[in-house]
Design a protein around this ligand. Structure first.
Ligand code: UDP
Ligand code: MG
Length: 308
């Protein structure tokens, strides 16, 4: 059985469309499936639509969070509820073409344990948003040594991989990167991002920035090393400056330059503060992980034989 996890947050009007289109495509291809909608604390009629979809189709199941916990939590909740031998994750807004699921499923049957949907083009988005996304993926790719620029959450995984993901105890997860981290036999399936037919993206440029910081720090400690690198560069230049000053002193021209001193003080001061900030951020992450609060809280469930 193929379990399809669909995180949905304020997707009024799209849930029924998504469930209809997915069930049409999957049943036509003769794939046994279940659709798990995870309502991430929506404030519109998303939950009601999920319930209607589950009444119309026994393969549709739904869980609802007590509040908005974020897409990452929604994905993990869905995976936890899934009972298929393979699980796929797809956006509710149908920006990930559902037809590709059939190709992905076939590749899984051929023995691939992870099938990654990779973006061929990013669809229509604003210049600022595209730039922010590009910078984020550049940073992320460098930090974790995996090419993230075209990656997406549109993936199909074998049960083995899902179990590995579920066994991770970290509270703050970064699904895309963790799947790459797990390894296993993988293959890429390119897809074109489709237009959103209803509603708008939940990730503004500011939200994307916050998402980036939180994901990078939850996955990698590379930012902490930036401070070490900057420190080393400064040490290098100060040694050179020191030597130059000493030679000048020997030659009888004492160094002057009050402005240089002030500037250096300011630069070093800011780097130290940024460094402290980065360390502070990691300490807050440790704090969150230590508290070990649940990743999400489920308030409601719907769907036939949904006993998990
Ligand atoms: N989403 C979610 N929780 C959130 C934000 C988004 O479950 O807090 C879901 C949303 O319903 C959609 C998917 O994540 O199915 C992708 O969101 P969106 O389309 O806004 O992002 P984009 O496609 O612009 O990256
Ligand atoms: Mg979208």
């Amino acid at each position: 059985m193929l379990s399809v996890v669909i995180p949905s947050y304020n997707e009024k009007g799209l849930v029924l469309k998504a469930s209809q289109r997915l069930s049409e495509i999957l049943s036509e291809a003769g794939i046994v499936y279940e659709l798990i909608f995870v309502d991430d604390g929506s404030r519109d009629t998303t939950w009601e639509e999920i319930c209607i979809a589950s009444e119309n189709n026994d393969a549709v199941k739904g869980i609802s969070f007590s509040r908005n916990f974020g897409k990452e939590s929604a994905i993990f909740a869905g995976l936890e509820m899934a009972s298929g031998e393979c699980c796929a994750v797809i956006d509710c807004d149908l920006q990930h073409p559902p037809e590709k699921l059939v190709d992905m499923y076939n590749l899984w049957q051929q023995g691939y344990e992870i099938v990654n949907g990779v973006k061929e083009d990013r669809g229509r988005e604003s210049v600022a948003h595209g730039f922010a996304a590009k910078c984020f993926y550049k940073l992320m790719s460098n930090a974790i040594n995996i090419d993230m620029s075209r990656s997406s959450d549109f993936k199909l995984m074998d049960r083995k991989v899902v179990n590995v993901l579920l066994s991770l105890s970290e509270r703050k997860t970064f699904f895309r990167a963790l799947v790459g981290w797990a390894g296993y036999k993988s293959v890429d399936v390119p897809f074109c991002v489709e237009e959103r037919t209803e509603g708008a993206t939940h990730f503004s440029t500011k939200a994307l920035f916050k998402y980036a910081i939180s994901n990078i720090t939850s996955y990698s400690s590379a930012p902490m090393q930036i401070v070490t690198v900057l420190g080393s560069i400064f040490l290098f230049f100060s040694v050179i400056l020191g030597i130059q000053t000493f030679i000048k002193h020997l030659l009888g021209n004492a160094a002057d330059g009050f402005t240089t001193v002030i500037l250096l003080l300011l630069i070093i001061g800011s780097i130290q503060m940024i460094g402290l900030g980065i360390i502070g951020y990691y300490i807050s992450q440790i704090f969150i992980e230590c508290k070990a609060r649940p990743r999400y809280l489920i308030s409601r469930q719907c769907g036939k034989d949904f006993t998990k």
